[in-house]
Ligand binder design. Sequence first.
Ligand code: HEC
Length: 301
Amino acid sequence: MNPARILPVIGVVLAALLVASLTVSSQEAEAEKTAVERGAYVVQAAGGCTCHMNPGLEAFSLSGGRPIKTPFGTIYGTNLTPDPDTGIGGWSDDDFMKAMREGIGPDGKVYYPVFPYTSFTKMTDQDVLDMKAYLDTLEPVNNANKEPEFGFPYSARSTISVWRGLHFDAERFEPDSEQTDDWNRGAYLSEALAHCGECHTPRTFMGATDEDMYYAGSVEGPEGELAPNITPDEATGVGSWSIPDMTWFLQTSFKPDGDDAQGLMGEIVTHGYQYLSDADLKAIAVYLASLEAIENEVTPP
Ligand code: HEC
């Protein structure tokens, strides 16, 4: 055949191959992107994981080091970036699952429940894996984790094993078939991901959330901040807030009286909750409105 004829044919064949391979890789990228995108949303629903921010860097990075004051001492958020030496770069999916839902690290170390695995244990497999897919795309930062500064007996990790035996059950969220889809979605978001109760439920002297006072406010939440009563009690809680009021608050941190939330609450709205869909925020509001109203005036000590 005349070479002048062959060349265009080769060109067309190559172009076709190129288009085919691009289509395949863009399909793969699409599948990958979906897990990563879903994971980004899961992180936002968890409030942006801001306890893991790195105070030494100007740009927001989940590479850890942030000190968190608790009644037991100061603990430092760990490095969640995929750095192989100091972050979670070397972790398998199973390692991550175990950390999130059982509170046990790849090296067998048990975590202090300041890391709210007591809530994350309720997460679905899919949400945990998507979260990891997203974290794996973060810029790796080398920043070694710091040991907590806890006094005895809390400094001994064996104390946590005792605590876990008493206060921790690794179990998934169970939807309630008597309730609406909205309610169930709101319950899942609040209990498993957004972990509202970790701050808004007061703790017993053992540091466990006091389930009789579910969401009824805590005088000494993380960082010593007062987390108000968010049960629908008229006098001491948020009973006067409508569903749109609560949705708006979670989106903007503005309360019905025009005041805005500060501290940790402001932070997790900014880095997390505000990005959730209207439907998801409304679902959280519906769930909150259904809680038992508990009269509990939370005032600074
Ligand atoms: C990391 C701790 C933390 C988590 C998690 C958290 N909150 Fe808060 N929340 C606070 C603190 C602290 C305040 C008080 C902010 C202030 O004083 O400005 C607050 C304030 C609020 C208020 C204002 C109440 C009032 O009467 O002024 C509402 C409503 C609220 N949170 C709802 C929620 C919901 C719903 C969730 C879960 C979706 C949640 N919070 C998760 C710590 C937290």
